[in-house]
Design a protein around this ligand. Structure first.
Ligand SMILES: Nc1ncnc2c1ncn2[C@@H]1O[C@H](COP(=O)(O)OP(=O)(O)OP(=O)(O)O)[C@@H](O)[C@H]1O
Ligand SMILES: [Mg+2]
Length: 296
């Protein structure tokens, strides 16, 4: 009987047959990033053979970590997701931690214009929570989650963006795991599809998923998208990638996604002149094509 103080938590015990009734439908939520949505897939069995079917977006109700060092396109990706979802009529709660709300709305307007999306269909469907201008929101996770719950309820949002979660544990990195876990559980409870941006330090290995706060982020969330960049330094690279020495090679890679299959290759990432991130071919494909050209 033990010491008589502990109680069994029966509310957490259930057969899989019970749990499956509460499982969300598996389908893709479009990101507004050209080339990204089809990198997620499910495998179905057709005529006894496995067949990959593109999901058409990040999995519904997934909480996805987008990580990278400064200037790799994380905010652009997050804004494109918000604009796309808003334009489809699915409201987005957008917690901005780095940049005050008026600046973010300016960015959203630019993204909408570049994506050819009518701002009228976006402006009232993105609800900004300005944590950049409020230390209470940044420093008190209870206040942040209560505010987020209010917005989700009032505006019936389906999506949440936080740019960035790193800003929520700036001066207390040892609490990173705890804070991220609370946010993750909260988003699951409220059934939101979410993009959480996290910052990597330049000292972290280039293409790893490890963000500031150590293992805080990638192990807790459903999946990670790693954005990176490096300077072209050799003639070989200049020839293969067609990028002049000294210019940037930008890449994107999906580093795990629990709810579905995904492309595991490192792809070229382009930031267009109008300020949109766009997924290009895998690096392996570019090298292969170049080798063939050289042979001919
Ligand atoms: N409107 C635009 N037109 C052209 N290029 C742009 C535009 N907006 C941003 N960029 C380019 O995209 C880069 C990446 O921007 P972004 O803000 O997404 O980086 P980030 O990964 O969020 O960086 P940080 O960690 O500093 O927040 C910018 O530094 C800039 O070079
Ligand atoms: Mg940013």
């Amino acid at each position: 009987m033990g010491d008589g103080w502990r109680e069994v938590d029966l509310s957490s015990v259930m057969p899989a047959s019970e749990a499956i009734k509460k499982a969300p439908k598996l389908f893709g939520v479009p990101t507004g990033v050209e080339g990204l949505d089809d990198l997620f897939f499910i495998t179905v069995i057709e005529d006894g053979k496995p067949k990959k079917v593109p999901l058409g977006g990040i999995p519904y109700r997934a909480v996805v970590n987008v990580t990278g060092i400064p200037d790799t396109g994380k905010s652009l990706l997050a804004e494109q997701f918000a604009v796309k979802q808003a334009s489809l009529g699915y409201p987005v709660a957008f917690v901005t931690v780095e940049s005050p709300a008026p600046f973010v709305s300016q960015g959203l307007l630019q993204r909408a214009n570049a994506m050819g999306i009518d701002w009228n269909s976006v402006e009232d469907n993105v609800i900004l929570i300005d944590a950049a201008s409020s230390s209470r929101l940044r420093e008190d996770t209870d206040v942040l989650l209560d505010t987020l719950a209010y917005v989700i309820r009032e505006y019936d949002t389906k999506n949440v963006v936080i740019d960035s979660i790193t800003g929520l544990f700036e001066a207390r990195e040892m609490l990173a795991r705890q804070i991220v876990r609370r946010i993750f559980n909260f988003l699951k409870k409220w059934g939101q599809t979410a993009i959480l941006v996290s910052q990597k330090r330049s000292s972290h290995e280039e293409e790893s998923a490890e963000a500031a706060g150590g293992y805080a982020v990638s192990h807790i969330l459903d999946g990670t998208i790693v954005l990176s960049k490096r300077v072209i330094k050799s003639l070989w690279e200049e020839r293969v990638f067609g990028i002049p020495i000294g210019d940037l090679l930008r890449t994107i890679r999906i580093d795990g996604m629990r709810l579905c299959g995904h492309d595991t290759r490192t792809h070229l990432l382009e930031i267009t002149e109008t300020g949109l991130v766009k997924v290009g071919p895998p690096l392996s494909e570019i090298v292969r094509r170049r080798r063939e050209e050289v042979k001919e």
